[in-house]
Design a protein around this ligand. Sequence first.
Ligand SMILES: [Zn+2]
Length: 383
Amino acid sequence: MLPPALEMVRKLVATPSVSSPDDRFDQSNRGVIDLVADWAAEIGFAVRIEALSGRSGKANLIATLGEGDEGLVLSGHTDTVPYNAERWTDDPFVLTERDGKLHGLGTADMKGFFAAALHAIARFEAGELRHPITLLGTADEESTMNGARALAEHGERFGRYAIIGEPTGLRPVRKHKGVFYVQVRVGGEAGHASNPSLGVNAIEGLQRVLAALQSWRDAIGQRHRDDEFEVPTPTLNFGRIRGGDSPNRICAECALDLDIRLLPGMARAAVVAELRDVVGNALRGGPWTFDVRATGAYADAFAGPSDTEFAGAVETLCGCSAATALFGTEAPFLAELGLQTLILGAGDIAVAHQPDEYVTIAAIERATDLYASLIQRFCIEST
Ligand SMILES: [Zn+2]
């Protein structure tokens, strides 16, 4: 017997699993993997825990019920983003219920998913299944996507259809943007502030770069557009700027960190090359040096087919057409394995990565019903 869903979410939230590219915040996800693995085993799953190479304390969970090449995959990540405890009303690791809302780090994104998925599966007996159900729990979605990447590299398909339970407000999502980070560094030469000729000011070079990037952003927005997205153009965010050491010294170096979100079909390498040209042109004729480098590929853009039996069935069940999202997910990796993939889960992406993150009890119950209907349709009725 599984514990009640609320109890499961409480335990998952109480088990820290922050992932971050910054070692000061990064934690193992093994506690969450073990909890989900134990519950999955409890309801008859064959459970595999696969450690990620090169990163200690990180693992993926692959739990399978039934046999065969077809069937349904329910997939979620087991990690959370870092948090600012002082901005939370209550302890982020203590599930706190207020007005039907379950507050806690990772409730919406996406520990609540595992409670919904396991309870949906528990409604069926293994003997009823014509096609298998696979439950995936991945590591490091919020930092490197290395968990999903390891699954994609391994090449095992697990099934024919996949649902990723990221928070979509229970509306299916079949398309999202790609997200990656770029750092632009501008180099100058330090010197005494009293005489500009004693150095080369990197901040003044970066000022040219900023102006050029703003124009370039407008230009790529003219060239690339997809009106299915709420923000129909690629985006470029100036996220962080660092440089200099003192007001009375000429700034020798500064760095600008960008978040760039591309539409499906745009090639990341080509965009980076274009960006490098923009920076080079902005600084041409000046005394600065520069460097442009991709510092992380967070997620590739994803566009699944809209006219499949699977997409149609999910849309009918949800009572709405599939939408688009502005955030990245592991969907490109599952699609690479040959799985028809949609994103569908309880909770609102707007509360994810925020203090007082929550998911409602009603949404977890609704997600459980939807996942159960999909199991019925694609693991039992489907020939
Ligand atoms: Zn997520």
